[in-house]
Design a protein around this ligand. Structure first.
Ligand code: ADP
Ligand code: MG
Length: 319
Protein backbone atom coordinates (compact mmCIF):
# COMPACT_ATOMS: atom_id res chain seq x y z
CA UNK A 1 0.00 0.00 0.00
CA UNK A 2 1.24 3.48 -0.81
CA UNK A 3 1.40 6.18 1.83
CA UNK A 4 -1.58 8.13 0.51
CA UNK A 5 -4.60 5.88 -0.07
CA UNK A 6 -6.28 5.87 -3.47
CA UNK A 7 -9.72 6.10 -1.85
CA UNK A 8 -10.57 7.38 1.61
CA UNK A 9 -13.61 8.14 3.68
CA UNK A 10 -13.58 10.05 6.96
CA UNK A 11 -16.50 10.38 9.34
CA UNK A 12 -18.85 9.25 6.60
CA UNK A 13 -22.58 9.21 7.36
CA UNK A 14 -25.60 8.42 5.24
CA UNK A 15 -28.88 8.97 7.06
CA UNK A 16 -32.15 8.21 5.25
CA UNK A 17 -35.19 10.14 6.42
CA UNK A 18 -37.77 7.92 8.11
CA UNK A 19 -40.97 7.36 6.20
CA UNK A 20 -44.22 8.60 7.76
CA UNK A 21 -42.88 9.69 11.10
CA UNK A 22 -40.56 6.71 11.51
CA UNK A 23 -37.12 7.58 12.91
CA UNK A 24 -34.36 8.19 10.35
CA UNK A 25 -32.22 5.21 9.30
CA UNK A 26 -28.53 5.73 10.03
CA UNK A 27 -27.41 3.29 7.33
CA UNK A 28 -23.80 4.53 7.46
CA UNK A 29 -23.03 5.95 10.88
CA UNK A 30 -19.49 7.28 11.02
CA UNK A 31 -17.11 5.31 8.82
CA UNK A 32 -13.42 5.80 8.24
CA UNK A 33 -12.03 3.55 5.52
CA UNK A 34 -9.22 3.53 2.96
CA UNK A 35 -8.35 1.52 -0.13
CA UNK A 36 -4.75 1.70 -1.30
CA UNK A 37 -3.49 1.55 -4.87
CA UNK A 38 -3.36 -2.07 -5.99
CA UNK A 39 -5.09 -3.22 -2.82
CA UNK A 40 -8.17 -5.42 -2.46
CA UNK A 41 -10.28 -4.63 0.58
CA UNK A 42 -13.23 -6.83 1.53
CA UNK A 43 -16.15 -5.12 3.22
CA UNK A 44 -18.06 -7.79 5.12
CA UNK A 45 -21.13 -7.88 7.33
CA UNK A 46 -24.67 -9.22 7.52
CA UNK A 47 -27.34 -8.14 5.12
CA UNK A 48 -28.73 -4.73 6.08
CA UNK A 49 -25.60 -3.50 7.89
CA UNK A 50 -25.07 -0.71 5.34
CA UNK A 51 -22.50 -2.18 2.93
CA UNK A 52 -24.26 -1.19 -0.29
CA UNK A 53 -25.08 2.28 1.00
CA UNK A 54 -21.44 2.78 2.00
CA UNK A 55 -20.27 1.50 -1.40
CA UNK A 56 -22.61 3.89 -3.20
CA UNK A 57 -21.53 6.82 -1.05
CA UNK A 58 -17.87 6.01 -1.79
CA UNK A 59 -18.70 6.17 -5.50
CA UNK A 60 -20.53 9.47 -5.23
CA UNK A 61 -23.84 7.78 -6.08
CA UNK A 62 -25.40 8.63 -2.73
CA UNK A 63 -24.76 11.99 -1.14
CA UNK A 64 -23.37 11.58 2.38
CA UNK A 65 -25.17 13.50 5.13
CA UNK A 66 -21.79 14.08 6.84
CA UNK A 67 -18.13 13.29 6.36
CA UNK A 68 -15.91 13.23 3.34
CA UNK A 69 -14.90 10.91 0.52
CA UNK A 70 -11.67 11.52 -1.36
CA UNK A 71 -9.88 9.91 -4.27
CA UNK A 72 -6.31 10.34 -5.48
CA UNK A 73 -5.50 12.58 -2.54
CA UNK A 74 -8.36 15.06 -2.98
CA UNK A 75 -11.95 15.32 -1.76
CA UNK A 76 -14.54 14.41 -4.41
CA UNK A 77 -15.93 17.39 -6.25
CA UNK A 78 -19.69 17.77 -5.95
CA UNK A 79 -20.42 19.21 -9.40
CA UNK A 80 -22.04 16.93 -11.96
CA UNK A 81 -18.92 17.21 -14.08
CA UNK A 82 -16.54 16.28 -11.27
CA UNK A 83 -18.71 13.29 -10.32
CA UNK A 84 -18.89 12.08 -13.91
CA UNK A 85 -15.10 12.25 -14.19
CA UNK A 86 -14.82 10.36 -10.90
CA UNK A 87 -17.20 7.63 -12.01
CA UNK A 88 -14.86 6.86 -14.84
CA UNK A 89 -11.97 6.27 -12.44
CA UNK A 90 -14.01 4.30 -9.90
CA UNK A 91 -16.46 1.78 -11.30
CA UNK A 92 -19.34 -0.02 -9.66
CA UNK A 93 -19.67 -3.72 -10.51
CA UNK A 94 -23.07 -5.14 -9.63
CA UNK A 95 -24.04 -8.75 -9.73
CA UNK A 96 -25.79 -9.67 -12.93
CA UNK A 97 -29.02 -11.11 -11.49
CA UNK A 98 -29.71 -7.72 -9.94
CA UNK A 99 -30.23 -6.42 -13.46
CA UNK A 100 -26.72 -5.21 -14.25
CA UNK A 101 -27.17 -6.39 -17.86
CA UNK A 102 -29.98 -5.30 -20.13
CA UNK A 103 -31.41 -8.52 -21.65
CA UNK A 104 -32.01 -6.72 -24.96
CA UNK A 105 -28.42 -5.52 -25.35
CA UNK A 106 -25.72 -7.60 -26.96
CA UNK A 107 -22.45 -8.15 -25.13
CA UNK A 108 -20.86 -5.57 -27.42
CA UNK A 109 -23.48 -2.95 -26.59
CA UNK A 110 -23.25 -3.70 -22.87
CA UNK A 111 -19.49 -3.18 -22.81
CA UNK A 112 -19.54 -0.17 -25.17
CA UNK A 113 -22.14 1.66 -23.09
CA UNK A 114 -19.69 3.16 -20.58
CA UNK A 115 -17.23 4.50 -23.16
CA UNK A 116 -20.18 5.94 -25.13
CA UNK A 117 -21.54 7.76 -22.06
CA UNK A 118 -18.11 9.09 -21.23
CA UNK A 119 -17.39 9.92 -24.83
CA UNK A 120 -14.17 8.94 -26.39
CA UNK A 121 -12.84 5.46 -26.75
CA UNK A 122 -10.27 6.06 -29.49
CA UNK A 123 -11.44 2.91 -31.23
CA UNK A 124 -14.63 1.56 -29.68
CA UNK A 125 -14.35 -1.94 -31.15
CA UNK A 126 -10.79 -2.31 -29.94
CA UNK A 127 -11.70 -1.03 -26.47
CA UNK A 128 -14.60 -3.49 -26.20
CA UNK A 129 -12.44 -6.39 -27.40
CA UNK A 130 -9.67 -5.52 -24.97
CA UNK A 131 -12.06 -5.24 -22.02
CA UNK A 132 -13.68 -8.61 -22.83
CA UNK A 133 -10.29 -10.28 -23.17
CA UNK A 134 -9.13 -8.78 -19.85
CA UNK A 135 -12.29 -10.18 -18.26
CA UNK A 136 -11.37 -13.62 -19.63
CA UNK A 137 -13.85 -13.81 -22.52
CA UNK A 138 -11.64 -14.96 -25.39
CA UNK A 139 -11.58 -14.63 -28.30
CA UNK A 140 -13.60 -11.48 -27.57
CA UNK A 141 -15.13 -11.16 -31.04
CA UNK A 142 -16.94 -14.44 -30.49
CA UNK A 143 -18.96 -12.75 -27.74
CA UNK A 144 -19.82 -9.47 -29.48
CA UNK A 145 -23.22 -10.45 -30.88
CA UNK A 146 -24.34 -12.67 -28.02
CA UNK A 147 -27.20 -11.83 -25.69
CA UNK A 148 -27.10 -12.33 -21.91
CA UNK A 149 -29.48 -15.32 -22.08
CA UNK A 150 -27.01 -17.15 -24.31
CA UNK A 151 -24.29 -16.96 -21.66
CA UNK A 152 -23.58 -18.84 -18.43
CA UNK A 153 -23.86 -17.02 -15.10
CA UNK A 154 -20.09 -16.75 -14.86
CA UNK A 155 -19.81 -15.38 -18.41
CA UNK A 156 -22.49 -12.80 -17.67
CA UNK A 157 -20.60 -11.65 -14.59
CA UNK A 158 -17.46 -11.35 -16.75
CA UNK A 159 -19.40 -9.15 -19.19
CA UNK A 160 -20.42 -6.89 -16.28
CA UNK A 161 -16.77 -6.67 -15.23
CA UNK A 162 -15.68 -6.01 -18.84
CA UNK A 163 -18.18 -3.14 -18.94
CA UNK A 164 -16.38 -1.58 -15.98
CA UNK A 165 -12.91 -2.30 -17.40
CA UNK A 166 -13.77 -0.62 -20.71
CA UNK A 167 -13.43 2.72 -18.91
CA UNK A 168 -9.94 1.82 -17.66
CA UNK A 169 -10.77 2.58 -14.03
CA UNK A 170 -8.33 2.64 -11.12
CA UNK A 171 -10.82 1.18 -8.65
CA UNK A 172 -13.61 -1.38 -8.85
CA UNK A 173 -16.30 -1.45 -6.21
CA UNK A 174 -17.90 -4.86 -6.55
CA UNK A 175 -21.16 -5.31 -4.62
CA UNK A 176 -21.69 -9.01 -3.88
CA UNK A 177 -20.11 -9.90 -7.24
CA UNK A 178 -20.41 -13.66 -6.85
CA UNK A 179 -23.29 -14.09 -4.40
CA UNK A 180 -25.51 -15.92 -6.88
CA UNK A 181 -22.86 -18.01 -8.64
CA UNK A 182 -21.97 -21.67 -8.10
CA UNK A 183 -18.92 -22.31 -5.94
CA UNK A 184 -16.66 -23.26 -8.86
CA UNK A 185 -17.60 -20.20 -10.93
CA UNK A 186 -17.27 -18.05 -7.86
CA UNK A 187 -13.62 -19.07 -7.56
CA UNK A 188 -12.99 -18.17 -11.20
CA UNK A 189 -14.45 -14.67 -10.81
CA UNK A 190 -12.43 -14.09 -7.65
CA UNK A 191 -9.30 -15.28 -9.44
CA UNK A 192 -10.11 -12.78 -12.18
CA UNK A 193 -10.23 -9.90 -9.67
CA UNK A 194 -6.87 -11.01 -8.26
CA UNK A 195 -5.40 -11.16 -11.74
CA UNK A 196 -6.65 -7.65 -12.54
CA UNK A 197 -4.97 -6.42 -9.38
CA UNK A 198 -1.68 -8.12 -10.29
CA UNK A 199 -1.67 -7.25 -14.00
CA UNK A 200 -3.23 -3.79 -14.01
CA UNK A 201 -2.58 -2.67 -10.44
CA UNK A 202 -6.33 -2.28 -10.10
CA UNK A 203 -7.71 -1.62 -6.62
CA UNK A 204 -10.96 -3.13 -5.46
CA UNK A 205 -13.46 -2.87 -2.66
CA UNK A 206 -15.31 -6.16 -2.65
CA UNK A 207 -18.57 -6.07 -0.74
CA UNK A 208 -19.73 -9.41 0.57
CA UNK A 209 -21.75 -10.97 3.35
CA UNK A 210 -19.44 -14.01 3.07
CA UNK A 211 -16.29 -13.94 5.21
CA UNK A 212 -15.07 -17.12 3.52
CA UNK A 213 -14.89 -15.21 0.27
CA UNK A 214 -12.88 -12.44 1.88
CA UNK A 215 -10.33 -15.04 2.86
CA UNK A 216 -9.73 -15.94 -0.78
CA UNK A 217 -9.28 -12.50 -2.15
CA UNK A 218 -8.66 -9.68 0.29
CA UNK A 219 -5.45 -7.99 1.34
CA UNK A 220 -7.42 -6.24 4.05
CA UNK A 221 -10.81 -6.90 5.63
CA UNK A 222 -13.23 -4.36 7.10
CA UNK A 223 -16.10 -5.78 9.16
CA UNK A 224 -19.24 -3.65 9.27
CA UNK A 225 -21.99 -3.78 11.90
CA UNK A 226 -24.98 -1.46 12.00
CA UNK A 227 -23.41 1.34 9.98
CA UNK A 228 -19.92 1.19 11.52
CA UNK A 229 -16.65 -0.54 10.78
CA UNK A 230 -16.14 -2.57 13.95
CA UNK A 231 -12.93 -4.35 12.96
CA UNK A 232 -10.37 -3.73 10.27
CA UNK A 233 -6.93 -5.09 9.47
CA UNK A 234 -4.86 -7.35 7.23
CA UNK A 235 -6.99 -10.29 6.06
CA UNK A 236 -4.75 -12.83 7.76
CA UNK A 237 -5.00 -11.02 11.09
CA UNK A 238 -8.76 -10.39 11.03
CA UNK A 239 -9.63 -13.88 9.83
CA UNK A 240 -7.23 -15.95 11.93
CA UNK A 241 -7.05 -13.79 15.07
CA UNK A 242 -10.31 -11.80 15.13
CA UNK A 243 -10.64 -9.41 18.06
CA UNK A 244 -14.19 -8.11 17.82
CA UNK A 245 -16.86 -10.49 19.19
CA UNK A 246 -18.97 -9.81 16.09
CA UNK A 247 -16.14 -10.90 13.77
CA UNK A 248 -15.65 -13.98 15.94
CA UNK A 249 -19.34 -14.83 15.68
CA UNK A 250 -19.34 -14.43 11.88
CA UNK A 251 -16.25 -16.63 11.56
CA UNK A 252 -17.56 -19.27 13.94
CA UNK A 253 -20.42 -20.20 11.62
CA UNK A 254 -18.20 -20.84 8.57
CA UNK A 255 -18.05 -24.55 7.70
CA UNK A 256 -14.25 -24.61 8.09
CA UNK A 257 -14.35 -23.03 11.54
CA UNK A 258 -12.70 -24.95 14.38
CA UNK A 259 -14.44 -23.04 17.18
CA UNK A 260 -18.05 -23.76 18.19
CA UNK A 261 -20.68 -21.73 16.33
CA UNK A 262 -21.74 -18.57 18.15
CA UNK A 263 -25.43 -17.95 17.67
CA UNK A 264 -26.11 -14.24 18.00
CA UNK A 265 -29.06 -13.52 20.23
CA UNK A 266 -31.15 -10.39 20.42
CA UNK A 267 -32.90 -8.30 17.82
CA UNK A 268 -31.58 -8.20 14.26
CA UNK A 269 -29.96 -4.80 13.82
CA UNK A 270 -32.15 -1.89 12.72
CA UNK A 271 -30.40 1.34 11.65
CA UNK A 272 -33.39 3.41 12.74
CA UNK A 273 -32.95 2.17 16.33
CA UNK A 274 -29.24 2.05 17.08
CA UNK A 275 -28.71 0.96 20.71
CA UNK A 276 -26.81 3.21 23.11
CA UNK A 277 -23.44 2.14 24.46
CA UNK A 278 -21.66 -0.27 22.16
CA UNK A 279 -24.12 -0.83 19.32
CA UNK A 280 -23.41 -4.57 19.49
CA UNK A 281 -23.78 -4.99 23.24
CA UNK A 282 -27.27 -6.50 23.32
CA UNK A 283 -26.12 -9.34 21.05
CA UNK A 284 -22.57 -9.67 22.33
CA UNK A 285 -21.56 -13.18 23.41
CA UNK A 286 -18.64 -11.79 25.43
CA UNK A 287 -20.98 -9.61 27.46
CA UNK A 288 -23.56 -12.41 27.81
CA UNK A 289 -20.96 -14.94 29.01
CA UNK A 290 -19.72 -12.64 31.78
CA UNK A 291 -16.26 -12.27 30.21
CA UNK A 292 -16.75 -8.53 29.74
CA UNK A 293 -17.81 -8.26 33.39
CA UNK A 294 -14.75 -10.17 34.57
CA UNK A 295 -12.58 -7.86 32.46
CA UNK A 296 -14.25 -4.89 34.17
CA UNK A 297 -15.64 -3.35 30.97
CA UNK A 298 -19.30 -4.45 31.03
CA UNK A 299 -20.50 -1.06 32.28
CA UNK A 300 -18.77 0.71 29.43
CA UNK A 301 -20.14 -1.81 26.92
CA UNK A 302 -23.65 -0.78 27.98
CA UNK A 303 -23.08 2.96 28.25
CA UNK A 304 -20.19 4.08 26.08
CA UNK A 305 -19.94 4.06 22.29
CA UNK A 306 -16.50 2.67 21.35
CA UNK A 307 -14.38 5.19 19.46
CA UNK A 308 -14.66 5.24 15.68
CA UNK A 309 -12.07 2.91 14.25
CA UNK A 310 -9.33 4.58 12.22
CA UNK A 311 -6.98 2.14 10.54
CA UNK A 312 -6.34 -1.25 12.11
CA UNK A 313 -8.03 -2.68 15.20
CA UNK A 314 -11.40 -3.43 16.77
CA UNK A 315 -13.97 -0.94 18.06
CA UNK A 316 -14.70 -2.89 21.25
CA UNK A 317 -14.15 -2.09 24.94
CA UNK A 318 -13.30 -5.69 25.72
CA UNK A 319 -10.88 -6.24 22.81
P1 ADP B 1 -26.46 -4.13 2.95
O1 ADP B 1 -25.93 -3.82 1.59
O2 ADP B 1 -25.38 -4.34 3.96
O3 ADP B 1 -27.42 -5.28 2.95
P2 ADP B 1 -27.89 -1.61 2.71
O4 ADP B 1 -26.86 -0.56 2.56
O5 ADP B 1 -28.58 -2.05 1.49
O6 ADP B 1 -27.27 -2.85 3.50
O7 ADP B 1 -29.00 -1.10 3.74
C1 ADP B 1 -28.64 -0.60 5.03
C2 ADP B 1 -29.89 -0.10 5.71
O8 ADP B 1 -30.33 1.11 5.09
C3 ADP B 1 -31.07 -1.06 5.67
O9 ADP B 1 -31.73 -1.00 6.91
C4 ADP B 1 -31.93 -0.50 4.57
O10 ADP B 1 -33.28 -0.80 4.82
C5 ADP B 1 -31.68 0.98 4.68
N1 ADP B 1 -31.81 1.66 3.37
C6 ADP B 1 -31.08 1.40 2.26
N2 ADP B 1 -31.42 2.21 1.24
C7 ADP B 1 -32.41 3.02 1.73
C8 ADP B 1 -33.20 4.09 1.18
N3 ADP B 1 -33.04 4.49 -0.09
N4 ADP B 1 -34.12 4.66 1.98
C9 ADP B 1 -34.30 4.27 3.27
N5 ADP B 1 -33.58 3.28 3.85
C10 ADP B 1 -32.65 2.65 3.10
MG1 MG C 1 -26.17 -4.83 -0.20
Amino acid sequence: MTAAPLLYATGLEVVFPGRRGAPPARAVDGVDLTVGAGEIVALVGESGCGKSTLARALLGLVRPTAGEVGFGGRPLGRTARALKAYRRRAQLVLQDPSGALNPRHTVYEAVAEGPRIHGGARDEGAAVAEALARAGLRPPERFFARYPYELSGGQRQRVVIAGALALEPELLVADEPVASLDASVRGEILALLLRLRDELGLSALVVTHDLGLAWNIADRVAVMYLGRIVECGPAEQVLTAPRHPYTRALLSVLPESASPAVVLTGEPPDPSRIPGGCRFHARCQILASGDADRAGVAGRCRSEDPIVLRGTGAACHWA
